[in-house]
Write a protein that binds this ligand. Structure first.
Ligand code: ADP
Length: 307
């Protein structure tokens, strides 16, 4: 990890007013002089199939439930990394989880064999690379992106590979070390500013073009509910999390469990006035539905965009 750049939330801090429509938020000064642009070659073994819902003006139907089978948040896989967590409990945890998910390690990180590191949680919760890449494709190169719950860096790396500048916020310093290491494996460390901190405390001080949200889904217990509701998100409910993101940027991408109540998600777009454009997308890996991505603002593709 780049210890010199960690713990410097002020790097992304600005007291400027929110950007006016059509006007870009200011990029981070610390990145201006970093000119090394290394682009990731994504390995195409895994595809992300999408099924989309769009809305531009119609108000969503309330309390409509989406019937989908429950499934744990099994978004990743792999084996224990010798240079991974130094905490013995975390290392043991990683070994157990990694043993279970090893076969899928390259779905998580295509460059896994070049030394990618994860802790136990990362093995089952990191966003698979093909999904992270397709989410990042909604950003424009040069965008300033805040990855609010960065974890082991799966999403931050893909945004950086897209040519964005990323502020990766993560409350757990051990995960930041892993994420920073992984960014170096992918050659995108110059485009990511890691910040150890609580997203909800930092949010009022941040401005960006886009916020990416993949908050903890609340552990395995959520599978007992046939429908995942936004109040089940951790550490705060989905409404609070979304509103914190909206203070940073009008363009938000949210990665959610596949059983999420999509009507509730769509209602988030009405927290803004005028309502934000909205699109939801089902994300598949090897024909298995792994999660739902919700796109708000200019990240949403409308039906006319597909013509
Ligand atoms: P992913 O790796 O796909 O981003 P995870 O569920 O593993 O998803 O990541 C959630 C991450 O969010 C965890 O690493 C956790 O430590 C972090 N986290 C939890 N609460 C906060 C918070 N308040 N601020 C920043 N990060 C947080």
């Amino acid at each position: 990890m780049d210890g010199g750049r960690t713990n410097q939330p002020k790097m992304a801090k600005t007291n400027a007013a929110p950007p006016r429509p059509g006007r870009r938020a200011r990029a981070l000064p610390f990145l201006h002089h970093r000119t090394t642009h290394r682009f990731l070659r994504l390995l195409g073994a895994t595809t992300t199939k999408t099924a989309r819902r769009h809305r531009r003006t119609a108000r969503p139907t309330h309390n409509r439930r989406v019937a989908r089978p429950a499934e744990p948040k099994e978004r990743a896989v792999g084996a224990a990394e010798p240079d991974g967590p130094r905490d013995p409990d975390a290392a043991a945890d990683a070994a157990v989880v990694a043993g279970k998910y090893w076969a899928h390690r390259h779905s998580l990180f295509s460059l896994y064999d070049r030394g990618v590191r994860m802790d136990g949680e990362g093995w089952y919760s990191a966003t698979p690379e093909a999904i992270a890449a397709s989410q990042a494709a909604r950003a424009a190169p040069g965008d300033l992106v805040v990855d609010a719950f960065a974890g082991c860096g799966a999403n931050s790396i893909q945004f950086a590979a897209r040519g964005c500048f990323v502020v990766a916020v993560e409350i757990d310093p051990r995960k930041v070390e892993l994420a920073a290491h992984n960014a170096r494996v992918y050659g995108v460390e110059d485009r990511i500013q890691f910040v150890v901190g609580d997203f909800f405390r930092l949010a009022p001080f941040l401005k960006a073009d886009l916020v990416f949200l993949s908050p903890p889904w609340g552990g395995p217990s959520y599978i007992h509910a046939p429908v995942y509701t936004l109040d089940m998100l951790k550490p705060k409910d989905g409404y609070t999390t979304f509103q914190a993101a909206q203070k940073i940027a009008p363009n938000v991408i949210m990665f959610l469990p596949r059983t999420v109540d999509i009507s509730q998600v769509e209602e988030l777009s009405w927290l803004s006035s005028p309502a934000l454009d909205f699109e939801s997308e089902e994300n598949y890996i090897h024909h298995r539905l792994k999660g739902i991505t919700a796109y708000f603002g200019r990240t949403a593709r409308l039906p006319s965009d597909h013509c």
